[in-house]
Design a binder for this molecule. Structure first.
Ligand code: NAD
Length: 240
């Protein structure tokens, strides 16, 4: 067993496969989500003979962060990984975006990750790592000024963390591109196929593609990688 790994947003489209892959990689996973559905995700992982528990917590609150820290301590094993994956969208054109929509997205996508990471600071073991879920949208996406801002700020936070907590803790970000998820499944077929046509890899990404990148970054194979962004977009970010 490789230690405890906390995964946030663990009841979501990417959170479920990330949680499963992390458990398969030998972590005792602590799955956190504000949705009670996270209990079923932990059950399913345990059914496969792996180590999982869950915490239903709203990470926008100090109580939620404290509950996760208590749950990590209660495992009695070292904290080796944190995956800041919880995130939301509140899309609108720039001129129609309300301050509330902007603040909600910054709150969850940036401040939840910052608060939880700092809230677990004393628990991180030597050689542990933080992976935060950014997005290829950090480069810019129409109608998502709040999301773009949050995801690029998360990269800044990752770099600052990597500098300041080295060498005890590594910090990296994953930036998924077009991924098969409820969001993309809701798009009109012709819009989606137009987007897929722009992906050099010739296909939409899967949640497992993203989960594999997370598992790599927390592994010993990535022990010399910190402060970086691993873009998982089938080459879209370098396409003409
Ligand atoms: N799905 C994609 O195509 C895609 C692409 C790029 C980046 N991302 C990023 O990946 C991450 C996961 O995306 P997803 O598609 O699985 O989203 P999702 O909506 O399916 O899951 C997000 C989860 O976060 C949880 N959550 C939100 N706010 C929370 C809070 N305050 N406290 C605790 N839990 C909270 C939700 O309950 C939900 O289960 C997000 O950060 C998203 O921005 C997703």
């Amino acid at each position: 067993m490789r230690g405890c790994a906390v995964i946030t947003g663990a009841a979501g489209g990417l959170g479920i496969p990330i949680s499963r892959r992390m458990a398969e990689a030998g972590f005792h996973v602590l799955l956190v989500d504000r949705s009670p559905a996270v209990a079923q995700v932990a059950d399913d992982i345990r059914s496969a003979g792996l180590l999982a528990e869950h915490s239903v917590a709203d990470l926008s609150t100090d109580e939620g962060v404290a509950a996760v820290a208590d749950a990590v301590r209660a495992t009695g094993i070292p904290l080796m990984a944190l995956v800041n994956n919880a995130g939301i969208t509140r899309d609108a054109r720039m001129q129609n975006m309300t301050t509330e929509q902007f603040e909600q997205v910054i709150e969850v996508n940036l401040l939840v990750a910052m608060r939880l990471t700092l809230g677990l600071r004393e628990l991180f073991a030597e050689g542990s790592s933080v992976v935060s879920m950014s997005s290829r949208a950090a480069l810019g996406n129409f109608g998502q000024s709040n999301y773009v801002t949050s995801k690029s700020a998360l990269i800044g936070f990752t770099r600052a963390l990597a500098q300041q907590w080295a060498p005890r803790v590594r910090a990296n970000a994953v930036a998924p591109g077009l991924i098969d998820s409820p969001m993309t499944q809701a798009m009109p077929a012709e819009v989606l196929s137009g987007l897929v046509d722009k992906v050099p890899a010739g296909r939409i990404g899967t949640a497992d593609d993203v989960a594999d990148a997370v598992v790599f970054l927390v592994s010993d194979a990535a022990s010399y990688i910190t402060g970086q962004v691993l873009t998982v977009c089938g080459g879209r970010s370098i396409a003409p």
